[in-house]
Design a protein around this ligand. Structure first.
Ligand code: ARG
Length: 584
């Protein structure tokens, strides 16, 4: 049950609709209220004072005494509502346990969202600069799929461009190029040498032209570079748990741009500028969008126009997202505007999802051209190794230590990247990311493992459990750490009403809202922030309350609460790409 919905529904009348009320209702701090509504907007609409509106609404609630509500107050033009704690607890815990250990995705909703992320450049090193797009996009794909969308992950590979020509020159001159390390080294060496010798760049361009013209030898090398880079990238994706439905990159559109250019031409949108063909965007306060160079070669934007049209035809998306650094703001504004000018009414469904820069603390900003690239796989390997050492110190007998070290190390890096809102620049420190205290991935994973450990120590008594047929069978007592066949005994709710415990429950009730908000704002960080609040709240509860104790009813109630926290943490972590090991 979503209590904001419930309140909106309750307050709706012939003067204000539920849909008008809903956005006005906010979560409160649990002290002044559980949920609240500032009445200023409503007051303006009804031509009354906010104080009066708040009082009227309060009276309306108090008269009806709905079962979900414990109290309503009017304070300075705010309507403050307190939930009936037992009612809320029964509702929330029952619903969570019903979802089982692995929350099923919502039923399909007939909407498709295509998400362009990672989109690495072939034959260039996969450096830490691609971390954010990869994990934000990978997480968004999981979030949308969880909400019932058809979520399509697209890796728009940068597999076309002069870098291939440059690499061929480097291979021909200096040999090698059979492994990703050699390719990276050659790429760096080429740019170092080219700084003093511009003819190298000319040669690179010549070789790229050969690829474009379909020269067999050049094409064979191009394909080899692509294969080597992709194989290596796929290892990183596997480590991160990031998946794609399509690897259609820039070269995929080689034969799909002519019709786009023709359409632009027919619509009279192309103008000449220094021999190049462009779409003029002066009236929109933007520089022209370059479509064809004077030698007839297509550009990045041309490929993106073809790609957007292709995606519409292939997937019939409702939303078409691009998780790309904010440096490309202008590019996407131009591309979307041109699509609109071409008359595609779906252009409005295209959205740029920008994010900030990552730097490694002490690592400086990250450049591919110079020698100081920080490879993503090196960062991940360092984190896993460090996590392994920490586990060795804290828990040397841990079963499956290597797997846990991997989950923790990789999780620390992902969480460090995804915890802040997208647009902020991230300065990354491995030490901080791997700390078990503070707002880190390992802290969340540790909280989950703590829940599991508590659950393995106690039995729930006097309550039913769900059989395979879905019926509830009574049982004297059973272990709550088992499978997903647990349900909440409504009689236990009155054990969970103190402030600290109820704060945990209120947060549990906010899970679906957080996921919906993350999808709406394209911000996985909404979920990571939510999980952090939940874990911190649970740990405060845990310190002040004995879960395992002599009062069997209380123990049962607290164990079931712990089970709910564990399940929400685990499933929430999955949405932001983190594993939840049972032991740490
Ligand atoms: N390969 C590009 C880069 O690394 C990102 C491509 C983003 N996607 C797109 N459709 N333009 O900067």
């Amino acid at each position: 049950m979503d209590y904001k919905q419930t309140l909106a529904q309750f307050l709706a009348s012939d003067k204000v609709s539920k849909d008008e009320l809903l956005p006005l209702i906010v979560d409160s701090d649990g002290v002044r209220a559980d949920i609240a509504m500032p009445c200023h907007k409503l007051a303006a609409k009804l031509k009354k004072s906010p104080v009066m509106v708040a009082e009227e609404l309060r009276d309306c609630i108090k008269k009806a005494v709905p079962e979900w509500c414990a109290d309503a107050q009017a304070v300075n033009g705010y309507l403050n509502v307190f939930l009936n704690r037992e009612f809320y607890t029964r509702d929330v815990l029952t619903a969570i346990l019903q979802r089982g250990d692995d929350f099923p995705a919502a039923p399909p909703n007939d909407k498709t969202v295509t998400i362009d992320y990672s989109s690495i450049n072939i034959a260039k090193p996969f450096h830490i600069g691609h971390l954010l797009t990869t994990v934000i996009g990978g997480s968004l794909r999981r979030i949308f799929a969880f909400l019932g969308y058809n979520a399509v992950g697209i890796n728009h590979l940068g597999d076309w461009g002069t870098q291939f020509g440059k690499l061929i020159v480097a291979v021909k001159k200096w040999g090698g190029g059979d492994t990703i390390e050699e390719l990276s080294r050659l790429y760096v060496k080429f740019h170092e040498e080219a700084e003093n010798d511009d003819t190298l760049n000319d040669e690179g361009r010549k070789w790229f032209k050969k690829i474009e013209e379909g020269d067999t030898g050049a094409l064979a090398l191009f394909r080899k570079f692509k294969e080597i880079t992709l194989k290596e990238a796929e290892k990183v994706y596997k480590t991160l748990g990031v998946e794609f439905d399509s690897y259609a990159g820039e070269s995929f559109y080689n034969d799909k741009m002519a019709p786009v250019v023709e359409l632009l031409e027919n619509k009279g949108l192309l103008t000449e500028s220094d021999g190049a063909k462009v779409v003029d965007l002066k009236q929109y306060d933007m520089p022209p969008c370059l479509i064809l160079k004077s030698d007839g070669a297509s550009l990045y934007a041309t490929r993106d126009l073809a790609a957007a049209i292709y995606r519409k035809n292939a997937y019939d998306f409702n939303q078409n997202l691009y998780v790309v650094a904010y440096q490309q703001n202008l590019h996407f504004r131009q591309v979307f505007k041109v699509l609109e000018m071409m008359g595609f009414d779906w252009a409005g469904g295209c959205k740029h999802v920008p994010f900030g820069m990552v730097s490694l603390e002490g690592g400086g900003s990250l450049s591919t051209r110079k020698g100081n690239v920080v490879l993503l796989k090196d960062v991940l390997a360092a984190a896993v190794e460090k996590a392994g050492r920490i586990i060795e110190e804290k828990n040397p007998d841990l079963e499956g230590r290597d797997a846990v070290a991997k989950s923790v190390g990789v999780g620390a890096v992902i969480f460090g990247a995804i915890f802040n809102s997208r647009i902020k620049d991230v300065s990354f420190s491995l030490d901080k990311a791997l700390s078990f205290e503070g707002e880190t991935g390992p802290y969340l994973q540790y909280t989950y493992a703590r829940c599991r450990s508590v659950l393995s120590r106690g039995e729930v008594s006097g309550i039913g459990y769900k059989t395979e047929q879905g019926s509830i069978r009574g049982l004297a007592s059973y272990q709550v750490s088992g499978g997903g066949d647990v349900c909440f005994d409504p009689k236990l709710a009155d054990e969970l009403t103190d402030d600290q415990t109820f704060e945990v429950i209120r947060l549990l009730g906010g899970f679906d809202g957080a996921v919906a908000e993350a999808a709406k704002t394209y911000e996985p960080s909404v979920i990571s922030r939510y999980l952090m609040d939940l874990a911190q709240s649970f740990n405060r509860f845990y310190i002040d309350h004995r879960v395992i104790n002599d009062d069997k009813k209380m123990q049962s109630a607290r164990l079931l609460l712990t089970r709910c926290v564990a399940n929400v943490l685990k499933n929430g972590l999955k949405l932001v790409l983190l594993d939840a090991p049972k032991k740490m």
